[in-house]
Write a new protein. Sequence first.
Lengths: 160, 288
Amino acid sequence: MADTRDIEVTVNGQRHSATVETRTSLGDFLRQGLGMTGTHMGCEHGVCGACTVLLDGEAVRSCLMLAVQANGHEVTTIEGLADADGTLSPLQKAFWENYGLQCGFCTPGMLTSLTAFLKENPDPSEREVREAISGNICRCTGYQGIVDAALSAAKTMREV
Amino acid sequence: MKSAPFTYHDPGTVDEAIALLGQHEDAKLLAGGQSLMPMLNMRFVVPDHVVDLNGVAGLAGITDTGDALEIGAMTRQRDLMRDAAVGAKAPIIPEALEFVGHFQTRNRGTIGGSLCHLDPAAEQPCLMAVYDAVLTVQGPDGTREVPFAEWPLAYMIPSIGPDELLTKVRVPNWAAGHGYGFAEFARRHGDFAIVSAAALLEVSGGTISRAAIAIGGADVRPIRLEEAEAALVGQAANAESFKAAGEMARKIDAISDAYVSSAYRQRLAATMVERALAKAGSRAGGSA
C-alpha cells in the first residue's frame, strides 16, 4: 500500500486539492498530478535548475522537495508568469527579443530563477546575473542571450 | 530517478521527532533536502521512513546571546545570509555561504542538514571548525553538547546516534572589528570546494593577538591549522607572516581522488590559507 497524503497547494493563484504519494517530488506532482508540464524535470538531483519554481516567492528546485512539503504553500510555475490574458512578463518578452532561448528546455528554470532574482536585485551587474544563473544549465545559447535578456528586462522594469 | 517508496512522518515537536526515530529502525531525517533528496532520487539511500523536520517548532532561528550566536539546526542558509546579527557578529558566515550551491538551493538548505551530511568539502563544517562551534544534540535521554572538533568521527560520519537529532549550534563571538576571510577554489561556481580556507584574526596595533584557520576539502574532515595559528600570534599582520602560515598548510595530510592529487590539494591549501588570511588582515580593525 503506497503511503499517501491529502494536500492543498495554491499554484499560480489557484487552489488545488490532491492525494499524493509521499515520495512524489513537487515537480512530478505539478507535471503528472496537475498536468502543468511547463516545469521541466532535467537531472532530478538539483544540478541543472530546469525544474526551478517559486515557493512562496522564493526560487527552489522542485525535484528536491516533496509534493507533500508544499501543503499549504503557494507555488508559482512558468505557467504563472504571464498575465491572465497572455501578455508576457517583461522578462519573458526580453527573452524573446534577445534570443534568450533555443530548444527551451532550461527556459522555465531560467525564467523562474531570474524572476525571483530581479525582484531582489532590480539593478544587477552582468556578473551578478551570471552568478544568479550559475545554477541553471543551458546547453544551447552559451548564456549570452540569457544574460542580455535579464539585463534588458531589469532596465525595462526599473523604468515602469 | 524517483525515490523508492517510504513512509512519511511530519512531527511538530523535537520530542515527537525523537520518538519516531526510536520507533522506526530505518528512518532518515529530512532537513532542507538539498543533499538527501538527490540521494533518495538516485536511490543511494532507500529508507523505510522519512522524518521531515520542516514542521518541527523551534528548530529554526538565530539568537544573539551576547557572547555567542545560537543558530537553530533548521535555519536556512538564505536566512543566515540575510540576518543582521550574523552579518554584524560573524560576517565570515555570509561570505562563505555565497559559495554554497546556488541561491535556489540556499533557499531550502539548512546549516544543520549540512553539518549532519558532513561532506568534508562543504563550507558550513569548515566554518564550524574555524569557530570551534559547539553542537547541541538531543536524544531520548536528553541533550549533550559536542565541540565541533569531536563532531566528525570519520569521512561523512558525525557523532550522532540513530535516535538523536542536532538541534542547534553555538558560534562564539570574536572581538568586534576582528578580521575574517574565506577563500575557496572549485572548478565551477557552486560546486563543492576542492579546497577552502576560513581565517579569523584579532589584531591590535598591527600585531596579531588571536588567530584561527580552518581548511575544508583537503582531508576527510575539516581541519584546524593549529601550528600556524600559534605561530601567527605575536607576529605582524602582513603579507610575509600570512605567506609563512600558508606554507605551513602545505604540510597537511590531504586526500587523493580520481580528479585531484593530494599534492595539488596541499598546494591549494597553501594558497587558500594565504588568501583567507590576507582578506582577514585587511579587514581587521587596528591593523597597521
